[in-house]
Design a protein around this ligand. Structure first.
Ligand SMILES: *Cc1c(COP(=O)(O)O)cnc(C)c1O
Length: 384
């Protein structure tokens, strides 16, 4: 039996009628670029995420870039983030002219390690972008405390964390801005590309609204040099319908993760990482760590189990960032995770039979592997 890594068809089949009807409305009103369907989605998404405002944009990379531009970050500035992320986080920093500065991740959460944050701050630092990797939020309390003490802005990269919580607060609602991607495979995915910035700050909201629309505050009156970063009307309509199912999908992902956690725990060549006690994760990705990862991945792929690697090369070792001069050994936890991470099939519609199949195949592929232990070995339960 084959198990796909992701099955969007299974997610969309039951919604097809409702979504098609809503796309018809967009066509009837010719509301294709921005417009009322985007505005309604913005209202719903802000309410869902416990923020005052949401600004729909073209994709998650635009969301990060426009948030940085909206905060006035540019050449000469430094922005701190993690090397364990998708390239877009660092690209957004570079594309507004600033320099990405990396801080290693905590191996209990795979997110920014607050204990290493302060030493990366310089007189040029303007902002910090914690990444809620795989749908688990970074440890936001110490990050916010350090940021406030140094007068730095915090932008949450919540592109993998739609609906995740930290001590009862929603992803994106804690920093000055939260950035989301609606790439089709994300927990909330469009029928195309999409993204959003959420914020409680009305000045920043206004600034980003102007920037995403060619810097115009009135048609053909340009107060700023902006960009075309608008969301499509059709995506607004699709996302508004899919948002209603987000909590249900996230709960299903958590239930699947619990089964994986229980049934894969204690295997010698594999580490499962239970969620931090401080929050509610949404498992955009379900990743385990294995020795001889590439061999395990190849074996699983040959047996029809759809797997992935998120991500094989940490950002500081990407060819695109060789000019930063950061070699192997700069961020040991991120580097080791990149060599060991293996993402297993994870989507709300996974069936018990599919999960059984994945568990059985993973167990047989890792049975002969040498044991793997944590770098630091601190138990996750110790996180407040
Ligand atoms: C998906 C993603 C992005 C970029 O979103 P796009 O919509 O693909 O531009 C940024 N950061 C992280 C962590 C992501 O997973």
């Amino acid at each position: 039996m084959k198990v796909p890594f992701l099955d969007l068809r299974a997610q969309h089949d039951p919604l097809r009628g409702e979504i098609m009807a809503s796309i018809q409305e967009v066509i009837d009103q010719s509301a294709f670029a921005g417009g009322p369907f985007v505005a309604k989605f913005e209202e719903d998404f802000a309410a869902y995420g416990q923020t005052r405002f949401a600004i729909g944009v073209g994709n998650g990379t635009d969301a990060l870039w426009l948030a940085l531009l909206g905060l006035g970050i540019g050449p000469g500035d430094e922005v701190i983030t993690v090397p364990s992320t998708f390239m877009a986080t660092a690209e957004a920093i570079s594309y507004c002219g600033a320099k990405p500065v990396f801080v290693d991740v905590d191996e209990r959460t795979f997110t920014l390690n607050p204990a290493l944050l302060e030493r990366a701050i310089t007189s040029r630092t303007k902002a910090i972008i914690p990444v809620h990797l795989f749908g688990q939020m970074a440890d936001m309390d110490p990050i916010m405390e350090i940021a406030q003490r140094h007068h730095l802005q915090v932008i949450e990269d919540a592109c993998q964390a739609h609906g995740a919580e930290y001590k009862g607060r929603k992803a994106g609602s804690i920093g000055i801005a939260g950035c989301f991607s609606f790439y089709p495979g994300k927990n909330l995915g469009a029928w195309g590309e999409g993204g959003a910035v959420v914020t409680n700050d009305s000045t920043l909201c206004q600034k980003i609204r102007v920037l995403r629309d060619h810097g115009q505050n009135k048609k053909y009156y340009h107060s700023d040099i902006g960009w075309n970063g608008r969301m499509d009307g059709i995506q607004g309509a699709v996302l508004r319908i899919k948002l209603k199912g987000l909590d249900r999908g996230n709960a299903a992902r958590r239930a699947h993760a619990r089964v994986y956690d229980e049934r894969l725990a204690g295997l010698p060549g594999l580490i499962v990482t239970p969620p931090a006690a401080y929050g509610v994760p949404v498992y955009h990705i379900y990743a385990v760590r294995v020795t001889e990862r590439d061999r395990v991945l190849q074996g699983l792929t040959e047996r029809g189990i759809g797997c992935g690697i998120h991500y094989p090369i940490p950002i500081h070792l990407q060819q695109a960032y060789r000019s930063l001069g950061l070699g192997v050994g700069s961020f040991p936890v991120a580097e080791r995770c990149a060599n060991e991470f293996l993402s297993l099939p994870m989507f709300p519609e996974l069936t018990p039979v599919q999960i059984d199949t994945v568990v059985r195949e993973v167990k047989s592929s890792v049975s002969a592997l040498p044991a793997l232990s944590l770098v630091e070995g601190a138990p996750v339960a110790s996180l407040a």
